[in-house]
Each structure stands twice: as C-alpha cells, then as structure tokens.
Design a protein around this ligand. Structure first.
Ligand code: NIG
Ligand code: FE
Length: 418
C-alpha cells in the first residue's frame, strides 16, 4: 500500500468540518489553517492531519517505505474541483472570438448557425476516439493547474447518437486520466437545426428517448439545460428537470446567463443542486436559492471572455447562497482550463476575498457535484487529492494573479504532477 507524508507546509488549508454541507457566509472565509502542517496518506486516503511535529511523533516508528514530500515555503490545498465543464467536444472557435471582437454578439453568432451549433457539427462528425484524444489534452491542462476532479457535460450532440458518444467519451477519459470525471447529461443545450422553431418537440424527444437511456446505462448523475431567451423557456426547463428527477438525475441549470429569465427561481423550485452562471439573476432568485441551499456556481471566465458584467458573487455570499467557482470550459464562452485564474477573476470582478475563492473552488465545488463527503477538504478518511502551491501563503495565490502556482499535484495519494 502506498504511503506518503507531506510535511512542513507553510500553510495547510484543511477546511475542516465542511463535508456535510456547503459553506455559506462567514464560514466561507474560515479555511482552518494549520501552520507548519503535515498530512499522512495511506492507500489513497488521508489518515492524519496535524502539525509536522505532531505527525512526525505519531509515525516516528513507521516511516520506513514512506514517500516524503517537503512543502517548506509552500501552501497545501485540497485538490481543486471544477463543477461545470463542457469537457468533451471537437474543434475550436477562435474565428467566433474574432467575430465578437469585431462587434458580433454571442447570441447573434449562435442564431446564425454558429456557436453551439458549430461545435455540434464538429462533434457529430468526430469519432469517439477523437473526442477522447481532444478531451485528454484538456484534462492534462486541468491537472497542471491543480484540478483533481471535473464535472463534464454532454450537449454537443443534440441527437442521441452523439450525446451517447460524448457521455461514453467522458467515462473513457475519466478511466484513462488521473482526474476523476463526473458526468452530466445536457441533451437540451440548444435547439438543434432539425427542430428549429419547435423546441417543445425537441424537449419531448429528450424526455422520452434520451433520459431513459441515460438512466438505464447510468451514463450521468446530473441533468442540465440551457434556460435562456431564445433557447429553452423556464416552462420547458421545468418539464425536463422534473422528468430527469424521475430517472434519478439531479437537476442543474444554466440560469440567467445572458438575460434575466427567472432561472435562479426555477432552480430553487425544482430543488436543483446548483444554478450556474447567474450573471443576470434577480434579487428574488438569489433569495430563493439561499433559502433552498442551491449552490451558485460562478463562472467568472464566461463574463470575462464575453466581455460582459460579472455575476454578483459578493451579494450571493452575503445573502447566504453557498457559492462555488468553475471554468465553464467550453469552446465558445470560456475556452480555459485554469481554475486558479477563475479564482483571481472571482476576487477581482465578483468581490470574493481570497479565502472565499479557495472555499468556492474546493469544498463548495465538491458539494456542487455531490462529492462533499469524499473530496474538497483535507480531513481524515477523505480521498487524498491535494495540490501544493509555490506561494508563501494562500493570499499570494490571488495576489500574484494570472499565473499558475501549482508545484505538485497528488491524486488518490499518488504524486501525479511535480
Ligand atoms: O455555459 N451557455 C451555454 N453553454 C455554454 C457555452 C457553450 C458554447 O458556446 O459552446 C456556456 O456558456
Ligand atoms: Fe456551461
């Protein structure tokens, strides 16, 4: 059984006591830091957490064969968790980025057959092997940025054959790569060209033909929809998310991304685990989310890349919404794998403090994909997913912005990046 001791961390960020439910309000700023911290790992699990002196004393007679990592001058965090990505797709859309810089809007491009439709065509044409190959490149990038778990949505098929191919590719890459991949079905990501003008019929197809197959083959844990003006209405979204629940799929929702559309309210009403984006969420919607404990997944890279006003992260935290951070990694609105840069942006554009950004990208992100009991904090019994940062204290992670401070990544107790 592999054994590993990390010692002398300048700051060991444990986030102790957060496994049961996501952190809210002031709790989000309390990182439970151990100075000169140490972690002892055995068989992929965290066995002990304490100061270096305490752990060296505890294990003094059994350090033979233990791999030791010296984290002097560094910060140790729980492995970062990305709870919202569109990991599996083919191709890229830098041409649209260029069009947007020349004045076109995201929705104009999509309504003219580009955007999600462009990636859908490329993804339909790709083989499962090609999707695996392209997704593994992205997973490597995530890992190099200290990310040890990602959620991955389907939604670039918009027909069963391709949705199935994407979901299988997501499972395949999760098995091939150190990063754990958690799947979400997002058959209702856009109205496909074949159903243009008839979104209701497409929603019926997703409900009747796709959901049962997703459930039968256990291809996903979550069910997501793009609830947006010109895409799917709140009524269509409610219908799909309620239908998914009957198949054991937990609702998630792309809510109030481009225009206010009562997506946050709907998330609270259907009991979604998270509502994501929320750039234009209403005050009432934010209150309802806080009331029902719906996690607000902030995607600061999307606002940044679409060059629009960011979601009101500060207000959400102050209102009691448990907040998480994610890349939204996708070829149109956020082609990045850098969770640390998202944390920088959350501080600079959404009003989070550096401690809240860490909570949002670790334990709250884990809760947003129903993994709060297994990952997201450094506590005895949890999976040994850790990242060591080459900074003296956690604030420097945000202060020296736009850089990758990842020094070492440990996944399931194994050093996978150093
Ligand atoms: O989360 N809004 C919908 N879906 C993605 C963008 C997908 C794309 O442009 O390819 C998002 O922003
Ligand atoms: Fe998204």
């Amino acid at each position: 059984m592999s054994k590993l001791l990390i010692k002398h961390a300048n700051q060991l960020i444990t986030l102790t006591g957060s496994s049961e439910k996501p952190l809210t309000k002031e709790e989000m700023s309390n990182l439970h830091i151990i100075e000169d911290g140490a972690v002892y790992i055995e068989g992929g699990k965290i066995k002990s957490v304490g100061t270096t002196d305490e752990l060296l004393e505890l294990y003094k007679n059994c350090l033979d064969g233990v791999e030791v990592v010296d984290a002097t001058g560094k910060v140790v965090l729980p492995g970062l968790v990305d709870p919202h990505t569109h990991l599996v797709y083919a191709g890229s859309r830098e041409n649209e980025f260029n069009m947007r810089l020349n004045g076109a809007t995201y929705m104009e491009i999509m309504n003219n057959g580009g955007g999600i439709h462009a990636t859908t065509s490329r993804t339909r044409a790709a083989s499962e092997e090609e999707l695996v190959e392209q997704s593994l490149v992205r997973l490597d990038r995530f890992l190099l940025h200290g990310v040890t778990t990602v959620e991955a949505k389907s939604g670039y098929g918009l027909d069963w054959e391709t949705e199935y191919k994407q979901l299988k590719a997501a499972k395949a890459v999760g098995a091939l790569h150190p990063i754990e991949v958690v799947s979400t079905f997002m058959g209702a990501h856009a109205v496909p060209a074949e159903y243009k003008g008839n979104p209701d019929a497409f929603i019926d197809l997703v409900i009747e033909e796709m959901l049962p197959k997703v459930a039968e083959e256990k291809l996903a844990e979550f069910n997501d929809i793009f609830c947006e003006h010109g895409v799917f209405t709140p009524e269509q979204s409610r219908k799909l998310l309620e239908a998914g629940k009957k198949y054991g799929l937990t609702p998630k929702i792309h809510a109030d991304e481009i225009e206010p559309y009562e997506g946050a309210e709907l998330a609270a009403e259907v009991g979604a685990i998270s509502a994501d984006h929320l750039l234009r969420a209403s005050d009432k919607g934010i209150e309802m989310m806080a009331d029902k404990g719906v996690i607000g997944v902030l995607l600061p890279g999307t606002a940044f890349f679409l060059m629009t006003e960011a979601a009101k992260g500060r207000k959400m935290i102050d209102s009691g919404v448990p907040v998480a951070i994610s890349t939204d990694c996708n070829p149109g609105s956020s082609p990045t794998c850098s969770v640390p840069f998202m944390m920088n942006l959350a501080c600079m554009h959404m009003g989070l403090n550096p401690a809240e950004a860490i909570t949002a990208a670790t334990i709250n992100a884990a809760h947003a994909i129903n993994r709060g009991k297994e990952i997201g904090s450094i506590e005895e019994g949890k999976r040994a997913d850790l990242v060591i940062l080459n900074v003296l204290n956690y604030m420097q992670m945000q202060y020296h912005y736009g850089m990758n401070h990842t020094d070492t990544v440990i996944k399931n107790g194994r050093v996978v990046v150093n």
